[in-house]
Design a protein around this ligand. Sequence first.
Ligand code: HEC
Length: 156
Amino acid sequence: MRDVFRRHGSRRNAVRRWTPGAALVASLAMAHVSPAFARPDVPDEIASKPNPAVLDGDEVRYYERQYRGKCARCHGADGSGGGEEAAAQAVPPANFTDAAFMASRSDGQFFYQILMGGGTRCAMPAFGPESDSGWSEEKIWHMVAFVRRFAATPAH
Ligand code: HEC
């Protein structure tokens, strides 16, 4: 923990910014050995933000179409990371059906990746308001909720 305090300057600062949720997410991410790792520059207040979006039935169909059109070529139509362009990526596209991987990331980390893209880590494009796709933040939060469904236990 001492390293954490040092990195944030003062003990008081560290306690305020290093919430238990962020600490849990960070330790899970470190335990994960996949080449994929969360963008290191996700601001704390985004990484720890709960997803404000809830998908209803019609929205699931809409986001499935968006996913197939914009994400499946790398992440695969089934979310397993095996899209036709996956092999051309410098690092493997995330596997959304891998429950351990999905548990290692917060909704806010996913939100930031979709907003900003892969940056210097991979060729994943940005989808945020400033990008060619021009998705609103609301739309991105909904896509995070959609992506979570690949590893969710099916409802009975
Ligand atoms: C050109 C290929 C490509 C496309 C298109 C693409 N991705 Fe990715 N994506 C990747 C790669 C490669 C990674 C793994 C490396 C990384 O995390 O930057 C990744 C990682 C991710 C991650 C995990 C980030 C993390 O914290 O590990 C999420 C979430 C994600 N993509 C969502 C999406 C969504 C949603 C779309 C469509 C709207 C999309 N991607 C489109 C290539 C792509």
